[in-house]
Design a protein around this ligand. Structure first.
Ligand code: GEK
Length: 267
């Protein structure tokens, strides 16, 4: 487990250390650029971690804006003396955005990811942030095994889609149970559409977005195959019904671009 304090001087793709203005540059994702004989299931391993900031930025429409807006939401809803969770934190982009914005006294951030490579790199990036603001604990482990308690803000930023569908309701229930009254869950997901024409429309636009960001048709198709069994999108209605079933009094869709949405659910 890593504990540290993070600073206020952060952007995800070019991360600068507040003390010495060291810059961490972005490495280009070319993992699926050449034809692969055997496309194995997608894993958050060393190769992915090395290019992750570039991969997610070029693959998820609005990613940078979503991350920085989660910081703003966390600043608004974090309650004094509570925990804020970043579940499936990857390299800690949301953790850093929340750390920039949370001003309520006595808060901390608990960030969890089950990819050792992600957590190792995430800890290195966090360690660059030396201006003390809010304590962060980065845990390498299954988010299903982490106790959620005394929480005011919980974030699942493009993480639930990697949890087996049959386990999603119990996770959302557990998050609801660990939130204080007035607390929020921020849930960002790639979504499916029940109407095939609508599904096709959004999927095509997403592929156009990826092409515009320099991915080839081969890269798009090989990555899609790799993700097929590990990332399972559901419809917006399915997410909203689950949030309601778990007890959330209401949920608002505050972001959508093509088949990518972010919701905020209120306890
Ligand atoms: C971001 N939120 O940059 N337990 C813990 N972590 C998990 C689990 C699990 N059971 N399953 C998957 N993960 C981030 C982006 S990426 C989304 C999130 C994407 C982790 C996995 O290791 C990966 O780091 C993350 O969830 C999903 O705002 O790459 O599309």
């Amino acid at each position: 487990m890593f504990s540290g304090k993070i600073g206020i001087f952060v952007s995800f793709t070019n991360i600068r250390c507040a003390k010495d203005t060291k810059t961490v540059t972005r490495k280009t994702d070319a993992i699926y650029a050449v034809p692969l004989q055997n496309i194995v299931d997608f894993q958050f391993d060393d190769r992915v971690v090395a290019v992750f900031p570039d991969m997610i930025q070029r693959s998820v429409p609005g990613y940078g804006m979503i991350v920085s807006t989660i910081g703003i939401l966390a600043g608004k809803y974090a309650q004094a003396g509570s925990h804020c969770y970043d579940l499936g934190c990857s390299l800690g982009a949301v953790t850093l955005a929340m750390g920039q914005r949370i001003t309520a006294p006595g808060c901390d951030i608990i960030s969890v990811d089950n990819s050792p490579a992600m957590i190792e790199r995430g800890r290195e990036l966090l360690a660059l942030h030396t201006v003390a603001t809010i304590p962060v604990t980065m845990i390498c482990g299954d988010l299903q095994a982490v106790t959620i308690e005394n929480a005011s803000v919980v974030v699942l930023n493009f993480t639930l889609q990697f949890i087996p569908p049959a386990e999603r309701l119990s996770l959302i229930r557990r998050i609801y149970g660990g939130l204080r009254p007035g607390g929020i869950l921020i849930l960002s997901e790639k979504i499916a559409f029940s109407e095939p024409g609508c599904h096709h429309f959004h999927e095509e636009l997403h592929h156009d977005f990826k092409r515009a960001n320099g991915y080839s048709d081969l890269e798009i198709s090989q990555k899609r195959t790799a993700l097929e069994k590990v990332m399972i999108p559901e419809t917006l209605a399915c997410h909203q019904e689950r949030l309601q079933a778990a007890g959330f009094s209401s949920s608002e869709r505050w972001f959508q671009c093509f088949n990518f949405v972010s919701l905020v659910a209120f306890k």
